[in-house]
Design a protein around this ligand. Structure first.
Ligand SMILES: [Zn+2]
Length: 445
């Protein structure tokens, strides 16, 4: 496929904006970039897709999400509003996830994936929980991802909060899915090993998880220090802080993801840097749960690799960009905090490198020959000069997620001119409403 008449945003190093350019795709890869006339002469037989001057850029990447949370939208929590994050966990998430069946898991993934296609998010790293439907849950999500045509890394969040049997079942589900990906790999599905959070994991369970594999093999994906409660719990359990505890149990490493890290101290930050562990930042979630603002600028300055996730909020990553940009200024009362370039460093550069950990076959998040053809078209008519240097601020103050008109993942067109080509939004959302009603009834029971 030859995409012509495009203004390419490469997100390469250095980032380039190339007007009236074309992009030639073969299979799931980008083969060539060049002026439209040049590539049209070079590939005269290619099927042509006229971008009509739109911006054409790499699809967005989400470094940490929860498809299973989709049915929480609009749901009422009985009683007074939860007063803090531990209460939100107990009264919302740990009741919602218990109410999910495998069909709910499928449809909550599908509705998130529709959202992702429509808003140009092509790679997602999910963290799943459904304590009453553990076995096979990752297969169900993988099927939904394949149906959607997107790219995702999956895991099941092991926890002791529902007893020993379910902790063992969570470990087994991670292992089963990891093995199935090794024996029967799919180029758009990857796996890692999920853990809920230090505060719901005993020493014995952490040891059992670590015994299944080395962190350098498949990594671990865990929430850490999202709220002070995680630190209090860790100190009580073994006299160490959370990141020290995870380090002691061999959970950290270059393939491991620590989500949040809001309440860590300097030595814990050093440990994350020394071990090459990934940190993901979710500012909308942090604000919603009132857990505080993570010191991600400091982490980045220390060389810690910080990416941007959405923690189950809408899969429109530019909304997360905006939340990051604004929330740190508000939290510190300092307009110099969290520049657009820093947001882009997390959301573009670091998210692409993190995606590359799980999908090493080809570069992701860049328009370059040999890279995966994960591409979006953006209908944006800038009213002021737009350059490679000021692009992050155009994204923050000008781009809207509704401007995404076409989404391509692995060379396959998933949405064209805002029409979804593979997912039946009417059918999926109708079924989702029926299922969510039943989930809400079980939640309230
Ligand atoms: Zn999360």
């Amino acid at each position: 496929m030859l995409i012509t008449n495009a203004t390419l945003i490469t997100w390469g190093v250095p980032n380039q904006i190339l007007e009236n350019h074309a992009l030639y795709i073969e299979g799931d890869r980008i083969v060539a970039l060049g002026p439209s006339s040049e590539l049209q002469a070079k590939y005269p037989q290619a099927e042509v897709l006229d971008a009509r001057g739109q911006y054409v850029m790499p699809g967005n990447i989400c470094a940490h999400t929860h498809f299973y949370g989709a049915f929480a939208r609009g749901m009422a929590i009985p009683g007074d509003a939860p007063k803090d994050f531990p209460e939100i966990l107990e009264r919302l998430w740990w009741r919602l996830d218990k109410a999910l069946t495998l069909e709910d898991v499928r449809y909550s993934a599908l509705v998130c994936l529709i959202d992702a296609v429509k808003h140009g998010t092509t790679t997602l790293i999910d963290h799943h929980a459904s304590p009453n439907a553990i076995e096979g849950s990752l297969d169900v999500i993988a099927e939904a991802v394949q149906q959607a045509g997107l790219r995702a890394c999956l895991c099941y969040e092991v926890t002791d909060r529902d007893g020993d049997e379910k902790a063992k079942a969570g470990i087994a589900e991670n292992l089963r899915f990891l093995k199935s990906q090794i024996s029967n790999p799919h180029s758009q599905i990857a796996a890692t090993f999920g853990l809920h959070a230090s505060l719901t994991l005993s020493d014995a369970t952490l040891e059992a998880c670590r015994a299944t594999h080395d962190a350098n093999d498949y990594g671990f994906h865990i929430h850490a220090a999202e709220h002070e409660a995680d630190q209090y719990d860790s100190l009580k359990k073994g006299g160490t802080r959370v990141i020290d505890r995870l380090h002691k149990f061999g959970i950290l490493g270059e393939r491991s993801i620590v989500a949040h890290a809001v309440h860590i101290d300097h030595r814990e930050a050093e440990l994350l840097g020394e071990t090459g562990t990934w940190v993901t930042h979710q500012p909308r979630s942090n604000m919603n749960n009132a857990v505080g603002a993570a010191e991600v600028e400091g982490l980045l300055r220390m060389g810690v690799k910080v990416g941007l996730g959405n923690d189950g909020f809408s899969n429109s990553m530019w909304d997360e960009w905006k939340a990051a940009y604004l929330s740190h200024k508000a939290a510190r009362r300092d307009p110099r905090r969290m520049s657009g370039a820093t947001v882009a460093e997390m959301a573009v550069t670091n998210n692409a490198a993190l995606a590359g950990v799980f999908f090493p076959q080809a570069p992701i998040g860049v328009l370059a020959p040999g890279a995966f053809a994960d591409i979006i078209f953006v209908y944006y008519r800038p009213t002021t000069p737009l350059t490679a240097d000021n692009l992050p601020w155009h994204i923050l103050f000008g781009f809207e997620n509704s401007m995404v008109t076409t989404t391509i993942c692995a060379g396959k067109m998933l949405m064209k001119d805002r029409q979804l080509l593979f997912l039946d939004e009417v059918e999926i959302t109708a079924r989702s409403r029926e299922l969510a009603k039943r989930v809400w009834a079980r939640f309230q029971a």
